[in-house]
Ligand binder design. Structure first.
Ligand code: PHE
Length: 373
């Protein structure tokens, strides 16, 4: 391909009556003619450009419009066009450049639509339905519990699963050598015996108490760990929701009423509750709460061991020693606390026979809960 390198012919500054200038001016006539001829030739070429593939169209762009392309070379030569002709020549070069750009873009678009139309992809086809996942049954039940207590004015509090002894035990009135620590078989970190996996979410209540003054009304959902042999009825981790209410005039009656309301919201308006005396280091008095068996309606079945009642939670009035250990004046404030296992509530609602199914990630099991979502 012929290259037009007109650059640097005219280094002399044009003046009207200068001999050299008139010489140059004569030469420049030819030069201008050559440029215009070249522009016209290129315009003809550009109008007839053809491309079958995207690569061919791109090769044309490089040939005419790239840094080293023919039109760019012409534009470089434009510098040497005498001022009087700059306007005319400039307009023509611009026209050529626009023509080339439009033509090459049109070619690119044409080959692209041709290629897409020719391929096997049908853009108008309805897509395959993307299956929506379901919430995990424990999450469904946890959200329900949070919702019920939320309506009673409880807010949410969360804390770490890897905890220190203070928040899980000592601040909650567990003496160092108290056998109650054995009630909850704890996982210890061998090199740091003070660091443990929390065995209940009461540790979150301790954290709330140490950082907030009453009134306090929180529920603390989360995963907890206990060193138990894994079977259909026990696992080394499970989930809890614990609650704490501290204010000036809080009584056991309040606790009982709130728990009755919770049980009836969760399991239906006919649900009955009963409280049995129990022991927890952090509550005094303490109780265990049963509800009338949701499965047989209190008649007696294998789930309730034919008693008509199933235990669902532990509760009690917060021991004043716990309030004091966490910086709350026990002469002014009182409180109640309760804690339940989400797996147990879920079993009662959905009758899941084997606890291990909750953590096996079997989608056939999880799909059973689509409707409950
Ligand atoms: N933290 C107790 C447990 O995990 C439950 C509980 C909470 C009991 C609050 C009484 C009051 O077993």
């Amino acid at each position: 391909m012929q290259k037009y390198a007109f650059n640097s012919i005219y280094t002399h500054f044009f003046t009207r009556n200068c001999y050299l200038c008139s010489e140059i001016s004569n030469k420049s006539k030819n030069y201008i003619e050559m440029i215009i001829e070249k522009i016209q030739e290129l315009m003809g070429e550009v109008t007839n450009l053809q491309a079958k593939t995207a690569e061919e169209a791109e090769a044309l762009r490089i040939k005419y419009l790239s840094k080293k392309g023919e039109i760019t070379a012409l534009m470089n030569d434009f510098r040497n066009v005498p001022a009087e002709q700059k306007k005319e020549v400039g307009m023509k070069i611009n026209q050529l450049k626009n023509m080339a750009q439009e033509k090459i873009n049109a070619l690119k678009e044409a080959v692209q639509t041709e290629q897409t139309a020719g391929s096997a992809v049908d853009l108008t086809r309805t897509p395959y339905p993307i299956p929506l996942g379901t919430r995990h049954p424990l999450t469904i039940v946890k959200n329900e519990i949070i919702d019920i207590f939320g309506r009673l004015g409880f807010t949410l509090a969360e804390g770490p699963e890897v905890e220190d002894d203070w928040h899980v035990y000592s601040s909650l009135n567990f003496a160092d050598d108290h056998p109650a620590r054995d009630m909850q078989d704890t996982f210890f970190v061998e090199s740091h015996p003070d660091i443990i996996l929390r065995s209940h979410t009461s540790s979150v209540q301790a954290r709330v108490m140490e950082s907030t003054q009453p009134p306090i009304r929180v529920i603390c959902p989360g995963r907890v760990y206990r060193n138990e042999a894994i079977s259909a009825r026990a696992h080394c981790f499970f989930h809890q929701v614990e609650g704490l209410y501290i204010d000036k005039d809080v009584s056991f009656t309040d606790l009982k009423q709130v728990l009755l309301l919770f049980a009836q919201e969760m399991f239906g308006p006919d649900t009955k509750i009963r409280l049995r005396p129990s022991f927890f280091p952090f509550t005094e008095p303490s109780a265990e709460m049963d509800i009338s068996c949701n499965i047989c309606g209190g008649e007696g079945c294998s789930f309730c061991k034919h008693t008509g009642w199933v235990e669902i939670l532990g509760c009690g009035m917060v021991d004043p020693a716990v309030l004091e250990a966490n910086g709350i004046d026990s002469k002014i404030y009182k409180g109640y606390a309760f804690g339940m296992g989400i797996e147990r509530i879920t079993n009662l609602k959905y009758q899941v026979k084997d606890l291990r199914m909750f953590s096996e990630n079997d989608v056939r099991f999880l799909r059973e809960f689509e409707a409950a979502n």
